[in-house]
Write a protein that binds this ligand. Structure first.
Ligand code: ASP
Length: 316
């Protein structure tokens, strides 16, 4: 009798609150690279893990309380942009000329609307500007001074370019460490309403020049979301991710060839890209909440959490 009552009670709960039967998932990355544990101190690794955990918990809270995947990915990426450890916002790498030129993109899997900014120099949180491009402009992608002008009309925080100065990144440039590519940030999420979203933000690659733009702000290359397939955010050698339209290709393999998220992501990262010499990885989530955090490098700062209670923070 009691058993029957409990079953009835649960069924009734799900019927009156359809949200209870639905799942959420979130994955984030803080960049990929061929890094080794022995090159970090234990304190440094703990610091990275803590910041990834803090960022993850911001997204989890939003999704758990019924918020949108779009809000979750924007807020997670904003947090990582403000953290000097990562190559986005505050911790952005330097260009050849010693400047910081930031790229970011966001995409809404429900409407297939997207917004991106490229080569912006004085915007504290490029991901929020990208969202504003999506929601408050008739365009998808804005660049350079024009993007900053638009930011002003939107009341978005503008900072002096000295804000982006961090000694660590400056030393990277001075040493011309062209290997120092990791630290881009990204987040993908599925919310309980069944909507997917993706966001990516980066300073690009150390020592870049001539107004180089990477894959992060290019919809379909480093960032993509589509409710009927998946949401993807990439990190790695951007030129390859652009040429192989990695994020959209993963979605297309799912859409046209019925591949699973994992099979599609593996085909791109461990197949096409690796063969071409393109290093990096992606984080992705599909419409059922399955996730992928695949990389062809030794390391990728990454973390995930799902409504089934599983979660982890990983580096190598
Ligand atoms: N994909 C970024 C770019 O090429 C860099 C990175 O992810 O580390 O701009």
């Amino acid at each position: 009798m009691l058993k029957k009552f409990i079953v009835l009670f649960i069924c009734f709960g799900i019927a009156v609150n359809p949200l209870l039967s639905q799942t959420w998932s979130i994955v984030l990355h803080g960049g990929a690279g061929n890094m080794k544990a022995e090159n970090f101190t234990r304190e440094q690794l703990d610091e990275y893990r803590n910041e990834l955990k803090n960022a993850l918990s911001i997204g989890v809270e939003i999704l758990k309380s019924g918020g949108s995947s779009l809000d979750a990915v924007e807020q997670v990426v904003r947090y990582l942009e403000d953290c000097p450890l990562f190559n986005a916002g505050k911790g952005a790498v330097f260009t050849h000329e010693g400047r910081n030129e930031l790229d970011a993109a966001i995409m809404d899997g429900k409407t297939l609307k997207a917004g991106s900014v490229a080569g912006v120099t004085r915007v504290k949180n490029p991901i929020t500007l990208a969202r504003r491009v999506m929601e408050a402009s008739p365009h998808v992608m804005l660049s350079g001074n024009g993007a900053v002008e638009f930011a002003r009309t939107q009341g978005i925080e503008i900072v002096d370019s000295s804000y982006f100065f961090t000694p660590q990144r400056w030393n990277d440039l001075q040493r011309m460490l062209s290997r120092e590519k990791m630290g881009t940030v990204g987040c993908v999420a599925l919310d309980i309403h069944g909507n997917l979203a993706a966001a990516t933000s980066t300073g690009g690659m150390t020592n870049k020049r001539w107004g180089r733009i990477g894959d992060a702000p290019i919809i379909g290359a480093g960032t993509y979301a589509n409710n009927s397939t998946c949401a993807v955010s990439a990190t790695g050698h951007g030129e390859y991710f652009i040429r192989y339209t990695v994020a959209h290709d993963i979605s297309a393999l799912m859409e046209y060839q019925n591949l699973s998220l994992n099979a599609a992501a593996e085909k791109l990262i461990m197949g096409k890209l690796l063969k071409a010499g393109g290093f990096g990885g992606v984080i992705a989530v599909d419409r059922k909440g399955n996730i992928s955090m695949i990389k062809n490098t030794s390391g990728m700062f990454r973390a995930f959490a799902r409504s089934d209670g599983s979660s982890s923070v990983e580096i190598f």
